[in-house]
Design a protein around this ligand. Structure first.
Ligand SMILES: CC(C)(COP(=O)(O)OP(=O)(O)OC[C@H]1O[C@@H](n2cnc3c(N)ncnc32)[C@H](O)[C@@H]1OP(=O)(O)O)[C@@H](O)C(=O)NCCC(=O)NCCS
Length: 218
């Protein structure tokens, strides 16, 4: 069974660029979203400007399913900038028909709060939770479109690696790009370690591949 997500807590983040339009550290409250936050979830998703209306509907379907039964198929975490001002959120859950693989289904940060570290913190919270639930890996799917370039940069910056690509999946000129992060103790990571050792032994220092994936617990 997945672990209980952590409850409400507070924290500060220092905006790393002026696009956030604020001075000083950003006070945030981290807590699971409630059903009453539905309009704000819709607003954050819409105001990123990247999702089509049908995709916004899907995000809300996932949110509704989460609210109906938190922790059954979906989990959620969120950052609030004011008493109830949703700055960003993530939806995630165990991937059906897998053993301890989890999916990040959705992550979005309101444009006013982007580049302040909220997305990274949300993803770290997701990883902390799923690792404590025994996750071997976390998988994320996104688009190859140009307007998703910054999103792909974000996943790479958070330690995810592109592991697969299906050409034309979303549309003729829109591939599905899959990112993954393997966690310490997973068989894939152990195999990667072993082959790294073999390559290093066979070819000397520097020829082995660097471990591409790290655990948030390490
Ligand atoms: C992707 C998203 C969730 C990132 O959230 P965020 O709070 O802005 O990201 P962070 O501030 O935590 O950024 C962490 C790192 O990711 C990278 N990154 C984030 N945004 C980036 C951008 N616009 N361009 C380049 N790199 C970026 C940077 O390395 C950044 O570290 P740095 O600021 O120290 O350089 C947010 O931009 C967003 O909501 N985008 C629209 C919705 C979306 O694409 N969701 C995912 C759908 S698959």
């Amino acid at each position: 069974m997945p672990a209980t997500p952590r409850g409400t807590r507070s924290g500060t983040l220092t905006p790393s660029c002026s696009s956030a339009g604020r001075r000083g550290p950003l006070q945030l409250e981290w807590k699971p979203p409630q059903r009453s936050h539905r309009p704000q979830v819709a607003a954050v998703v819409a105001e990123t400007g990247i999702f089509r209306p049908d995709e916004i509907d899907v995000a809300l379907e996932v949110f509704d399913a989460y609210c109906d039964a938190p922790g059954r198929d979906y989990w959620a975490c969120a950052a609030f900038a004011g008493p109830d001002e949703l700055a960003g959120f993530a939806f995630y859950g165990p991937t059906p028909c897998t053993v301890d693989t989890w999916d990040l289904y959705w992550i979005a940060v309101h444009p006013r709060f982007q580049r302040a570290g909220i997305g990274r913190s949300l993803l770290q919270q997701v990883e902390h939770h799923i690792c404590s639930s025994g996750a071997r890996m976390c998988v994320i799917e996104t688009s190859s479109r140009d307007d998703y370039a910054e999103t792909r940069d974000f996943y790479l910056a958070c330690g995810y690696e592109e592991v697969a690509r299906i050409p034309g999946f979303y549309a003729d000129d829109d591939d599905r790009v899959t990112y993954a992060k393997y966690f310490a103790g997973s068989l894939c990571l152990r195999k990667e370690n072993e082959s790294r050792e073999v390559r290093t032994k066979g070819h000397g220092e520097g020829c082995g591949t660097e471990l591409p994936l790290t655990s948030p617990n390490s």
